[in-house]
Write a new protein. Sequence first.
Length: 219
Amino acid sequence: MAASVPTRTIGRLSLYRRLLGNLIADGVEHVYSHQLATMGGVTAAQVRRDMMSVGYSGSPKRGYEVTALAGSIGNFLDASHSEPVALVGVGNLGRAIMAYFAGRRPRLTITAAFDSDPYKLNRVILGCRCHALSEAGAVIGQLGIMTAIVTVPASAAQDVADQLVRAGIRGILNFAPIRLRVRPGVYVEDIDMTMSLEKVAYFARQNAETRSIPEAAVI
Ligand code: NAD
């Protein structure tokens, strides 16, 4: 079902779930679409359209029931069982990601790690056994893993991605600063922190310059 839903809708649903989690923590029971829209930086019409894709409708008087809506989004986004994830590149970033996920998201669990460093192989690191990539086919097949996180240097990332796809991986979260080439049917999401930081720094500068213009000079 999720395959026919646009990527951006999936991203927004994930965002709404996070916002709803914050509301639950604050003891909020109901939220209107326009309130969720303001929190998410989208329009209320967009929120209502997105909620239709998860089959949830609120009441015009009370809005959405926060816990039920978070549950409906969870049923839509998550697999019915805990989903195993592989991570390749148990370095600084890889370890940080493994430590973050350990025990935090029971529906997505990093269950296999891979690295080329002989000192890391066959060791259990942050609760996860570290294998050589030559074992990827067997390990990934045995654990039924479809999703992988790539945190290797850029120079190794394409080769790693090729091996992962051959081993059965169908979705890659790529932190290496290169554009991976994969065959159709494999979904890749790139996270480039440097690009994002450059963007934030650019707008921070722009905003600082705008603020420094005396108000009288702004027409
Ligand atoms: P790192 O050198 O600490 O870790 C890289 C790991 O990948 C090492 O454990 C290394 O043994 C392993 N590796 C190298 N080649 C491999 C191969 N062919 N197969 C399997 N494992 C291999 O590097 P890092 O700082 O963790 O960064 C990893 C990637 O994430 C880089 O592409 C980097 O540009 C990107 N990145 C890092 C950060 C950060 O904050 N550290 C931020 C954004 C992006």
